[in-house]
Design a protein around this ligand. Structure first.
Ligand code: GLA
Length: 729
């Protein structure tokens, strides 16, 4: 049984294959306390850990120091305003101006199976795979009820958290903060790992020690962002890929978020995650409820590597829904870096023709095919085909590409509106803006106010109409600016604080509609590269464009950070032209292929114009993709060396679940004198199995390859790569 309630002890024990999570109900006021999260323990008698016999005394025993109790007790879901001065998870404002809440246990329910939340992305699991604990708490004074929700995925070692807030009072209240999860722990000299960056430099990992005060990672940009990522892991000092304890949280959400670790006066650490409270209020009428997005929690006693593999398995099995999730994706060629806005039917067909001869399977027409979109200053919103560019129309082009044996895909940016567009001239109030202020432009565009149903319907229909008009099998859904000037022409003043969250819900609704109407469509999300690469979007699309930076060397760090949490099956990665359009670096075509192999794989170049020697390599790369993609998509990921840490070389591997096959990618970034070869210890193999390395005669046992390692000959030059393919004999 994954969830047990021990009546006498008033204790819940949540067990997965290797972890235990324990919750206790204490005192006459029935506070819901956190007891333990960590390695699996068999004994359920964990209540002694709750410190109810130690000072400061619990309120029923000594109410004189109630504040001291609240300010130190480990809470499952701490509320605001009554004496817990650490970061709270929920706060409200009543009509009378009061902000406090005190949550007491009322009842609980244990159920089997998990269906996603209505209107929000979230994990799912069958009755055999997942049990759900719902603990109902209430604040007696306001009538506010909070349901603490725990999804226990026994086999994959994941616990999901969320809350639903119900207004059980007689008058409306305003929620001013609703986080989704809290974890109160003793300080184990934690370090926080988080992911940061910028445009073209997403998700670089950062490690900082946690000391007194608050350390937070957050976005108030209306999307997850290039800059910060909705993830934090607390690791014990000295944690490596294999050793050390890791507590990780990742948010299944694509808008404003905050994740924070706070070390308090008693060296206890509180970690919280949820929607960012800044500019957030939600009006809740009597009887109404608010469902907060989900947090995925992973505990690993075996270092970061195990955390990574747990997230990968969980997302592949319990979050990504697309029919493509377990399938090889068509190798695509995208014309963005090939032509930018300068293309027409003839040019695209020429690229497709050449690409099809080389084994590429799908042409994706990027930005610039609609309205008067001759550059990025205009026409977003005018989703009608520009027949000056696409002579003969879209269907003609798609049919011609299909005749070459290739699929066809198309780019959209449905959430946006250019001031220079027919749409804006007809509906200037459809842009998000504050009344009386000229909204700030970004890439010369505004964001559509999708919280208005007529705007959402219009934007959806624009996409759907195009998809209905031809055999289009793939969509790249882009979002190229972050939100600002938060104001809607329709929302009343006391609901304006709902706009950020309503916007995210509207995007989800559009993508849900799209998947319902076009269930076989392959959707790839994108946001100026990888600014919305998050679990929320993975619920709708099995792959996300990882970054606008396609340079193989820059990608090493971007893909390392991304793969820390997300499966390789989800990482959009392409081979592009050189000198690279973002950094001007020249790397061998071969290395670009090896690096893109760690993702969905494709091309982003004008195949008719690249050097012949590079073009000749494409059929080999295509064959390599077909040979390895099942392994890359479904295998277990092992990081061996990090270019981000050592500044010279990078190495990671993917091992099949049955450990019969593995592929290791080695990239030497900078060559150094005097190195004849590098000793690499392979990871993830079965110690007792016998293996052969492709290209070699000798047989090794797994133990030797992992403990003693192999010598990788020092390649000549910089930016050179090598694949090491290992199979069981
Ligand atoms: C974003 C995407 C690119 C490309 C351009 C088009 O930057 O990340 O891949 O589609 O938009 O404008």
């Amino acid at each position: 049984m994954a969830i047990q309630f021990y009546e006498k002890e008033q204790l819940f024990k949540l067990d997965t294959k290797s972890t235990t999570y324990a919750i206790g109900i204490v005192d006459e006021e029935k506070f819901v306390g956190h007891i333990y999260y960590g390695e699996k323990v068999s004994d359920y008698r964990l209540g002694y850990l709750m410190r109810t016999e130690e000072p400061p005394f619990v309120p029923s025993k000594n109410d004189r120091d109630r504040v001291s109790f609240l300010d130190s007790f480990a809470m499952e879901y701490p509320a605001h305003g009554l004496g817990d001065y650490r970061e709270s998870c929920i706060s409200i404002r009543t009509l009378g101006g009061n902000v406090a809440l005190s949550l007491s246990y009322i009842s609980h329910e244990i159920t089997k199976g998990k269906v996603p939340f209505q209107g929000l992305p979230s994990s799912f699991g069958s009755e055999e795979e997942c049990s759900v604990l719902s603990i109902l708490c209430e604040d007696k004074v306001t009538g506010i009820r909070v349901v603490l929700q725990y999804g226990v995925f026994e086999d994959v070692d994941v616990i999901t958290r969320s809350v639903k807030v119900v207004n059980g009072g007689a008058e409306e209240v305003y929620l001013t903060k609703v986080y989704s999860a809290c974890l109160d722990m003793d300080n184990k000299e934690f370090e926080a790992i988080s992911l940061h960056g910028s445009w073209a430099r997403e998700r670089h990992k950062q490690v900082v020690p946690i000391s007194h005060g608050k350390y937070s990672v957050e976005s108030i940009r209306g999307e997850t962002s290039h800059q910060d990522h909705c993830f934090m892991a607390l690791q014990t000092k000295g944690t490596t890929q294999e050793c050390g304890e890791v507590y990780a949280m990742n948010f299944v959400y694509s808008g404003n978020f905050k994740v924070m670790a706070q070390s308090d006066q008693f060296d206890q650490v509180r970690m919280v995650m949820g929607i960012h409270p800044e500019d957030f209020t939600w009006k809740l009428m009597p009887g109404e409820e608010f469902q907060a997005p989900e947090v995925v929690m992973v505990y690993s006693a075996e270092g970061l590597g195990q955390m990574t593999r747990t997230f990968h398995d969980f997302y592949r099995k319990h979050l990504i829904r697309s029919p493509y999730k377990d399938k090889k994706r068509p190798i695509l060629i995208n014309n963005w870096e090939a032509t930018y806005f300068d293309f027409n039917t003839e040019k695209l067909i020429a690229i497709a023709k050449q690409a099809s001869e080389l084994g590429i399977e799908m042409l994706v027409m990027d930005d610039g095919w609609f309205g008067n979109r001759c550059d990025d200053n205009r026409a977003l919103g005018d989703w009608f085909v520009n027949e000056d560019k696409l002579q003969g129309g879209l269907k003609y082009l798609v049919d011609e590409v299909n005749k070459l044996g290739m699929k066809f895909g198309i780019w959209f940016e449905p959430e946006m509106i250019s001031p220079d567009s027919e749409l804006y001239r007809a509906h200037p109030d459809w842009a998000i803006a504050i009344k009386g202020r000229t909204p700030s432009l970004c890439r010369n565009q505004y964001v559509l106010d999708l919280t208005r149903s007529e705007v959402l319907d219009y934007a959806y229909e624009c996409v759907a109409k195009i998809l209905r008009s031809a055999n289009i099998e793939y969509v790249k859904w882009d979002m190229n600016r972050q939100l600002s000037d938060i104001g809607s022409a329709e929302l009343p003043a006391d609901r304006m604080g709902e706009l950020y969250h309503r916007y995210v819900l509207a995007v989800y609704e559009m993508q849900e509609r799209l998947m319902k109407e076009f269930p076989d469509l392959l959707l790839e999300n994108c946001s100026g590269g990888g600014a919305r690469f998050d679990p929320g979007m993975l619920f709708y699309s099995p792959q996300i464009w990882c970054s606008d930076d396609t340079d193989a060397i820059e990608r090493l760090m971007i893909q390392e950070g991304t793969a820390l949490i997300y499966p390789l099956s989800a990482m959009g990665a392409h081979v592009s032209d050189c000198p690279n359009h973002t950094v001007g670096r020249v790397t061998p075509f071969e290395t670009r292929g090896y690096v893109a192999l760690a993702g969905t794989f494709g091309y982003e170049l004008d195949v008719t114009r690249i050097p012949a020697a590079d073009r000749e390599m494409i059929p080999e790369q295509v064959a390599m993709y077909h040979k390895y993609n099942d392994l890359v998509r479904e295998g277990d990921y092992y990081r061996i060396a990090s270019y981000a840490d050592n500044h010279y070389f990078d190495c990671y591997g993917v091992v099949s679940k049955d450990k019969k096959e593995a592929l290791y990618t080695f990239v030497q970034v900078l060559n150094r004198p005097n190195y004849h070869s590098r000793r690499i210890c392979l990871k993830g193999l079965a110690p007792e199995k016998q293996y052969r390395i492709e290209g070699e005669e000798r047989i090794y046992i797994g133990e030797l390859l992992m403990k003693a390692g192999i010598n990788v000959p020092n390649p000549w030059g910089d930016f050179v790569g090598k694949l090491i393919h290992v199979t069981e004999v």
